[in-house]
Design a protein. Structure first.
Length: 84
């Protein structure tokens, strides 16, 4: 499914939130909730600048929240993070 407006971004964020909840990881859920508005702003910027189907590189994607959100918005996403 491809999302391209504010309501659709909110729907995609809800899908990501549901996935995060299913992990049962409290810290992951706290991180997601703390950064939810940032994810929304990032997604709004990307949908204005790139067509669905575009390839997006998500650097620093430890929790994969941004990667999931962008995939739900119709983008192809490559993710990477540096191990500690």
């Amino acid at each position: 499914m491809i999302f391209n407006n504010k309501e659709s971004i909110e729907a995609a964020l809800l899908k990501v939130e549901e996935i995060v909840k299913t992990t049962g990881n409290v810290q992951d859920m706290e991180y997601f909730r703390f950064h939810k508005k940032r994810f929304e702003r990032m997604a709004s910027t990307i949908v204005k600048k790139a067509e669905p189907g575009a390839l997006i590189l998500d650097i620093g994607s430890h929790y994969l929240h941004s990667s999931l959100l962008l995939q739900f918005l119709g983008y192809r996403v490559n993710s990477m993070d540096v191990g500690v």
